[in-house]
Design a protein around this ligand. Sequence first.
Ligand code: C5P
Length: 398
Amino acid sequence: MGRLADRRVVLGVAGGIAAYKAVEVCRRLVDAGAHVTPVLTAAATRFVGPLTFSALASEDAHVALFDGPDAIPHTRLGQQADVIVVAPATARVIAAYVAGLSDDLLTATLLATRAPVIICPAMHTEMWEHPAVQDNLSVLRRRGVHIVEPEAGRLAGGDVGMGRLADADRIIAAVERALTAPDLGGLRVLVTAGGTREPIDPVRFIGNRSSGKQGHAVAEEAAHRGAKVVLVTTTDRATTAGVDVIRVDTAAEMADAVFARSEEADVVVMAAAVADFKPSTTRDRKIKKSDGIPEVVLEPTVDILAELGRRKRAGQVIVGFAAETHDVRANARRKLEDKRVDLVVANDVAEPGAGFEHDTNRVLLIGRDGTDVDVPMSDKREVARAILDVVAPRKGMA
Ligand code: C5P
């Protein structure tokens, strides 16, 4: 039996056409040995009857706060659950969860738990792309909630687009992952994130388009898996509790912050886009347009990653990133050698939806030990998981 055996799973089902697919998710969870309690919203019962779930699951389906002999079903369900998975999650359930509203059994149960929560959104493309929904999902991610992104395909009413409930395989895999013991417990992980800014004068700088999302996702995932995490970042992006944040701007500041802590780190993940060049002088006063076109002379910055490779102590794992536009695998292999790192996370920044600023990424993981993993287009948190899955066994932690 796998990780789901004998685990208590609350399966939340919200009112979307994808509610019928929750029947398959329920069956798969039960087949894997889990004790499943389905909790349906009122709208969900318009699509699938609670009887269907009761017949399949090990526990009766619940539909309302006040439908049974139990006076406080939400606290009992929330406290006893090992994991809660909501599939499908509608925009309403997501918004209620973000706001802390608890006006039905499902939303009340979501608030009354300390168990990991997995949200599997499904809705029409317009709703999925609405900033209200995307902002709410960002808040949930920050709170450590796992989001299983929807897929593109056929939607209700014959429409086609993004927003279809994730495949049952992906949902089950997410539930299994959420039940994984913290496999990085005791590990000290140092992560960098964001693009550095090299000042020309007090108001101008040379920067790049890195958003810091991938580095933050690595830090958050490492903390979630029990590591002690220090994140050196150039962004003001919020992060989860348990991540020790050091805010820097320039490559030199990042280098100082990293070298001060790299000695004691078991794993260093250089996800930051560090400038390769900086202005050789920074003016104290703003350069005036009336002074004519200025000449900006550049000089190289410290290559933090290469220096980490030189200083690497036995047992330490150094992970570098490579943003490439062509020959991704070959360039990653070269970087592995040039910078003496253990793993290179290479992404093709020319590919739509990958790399800078996006919420998703598609990467190749190329390791010194022969690791060659192609991570398909996924949420950056998912990419972070794949990176740490490669790192964990090297540290003998998994
Ligand atoms: O050589 P290149 O800049 O392509 O390598 C990218 C990797 O090197 C990234 O992991 C980045 O964080 C790191 N890097 C660094 N210091 C620099 C430039 C890049 O640590 N000055």
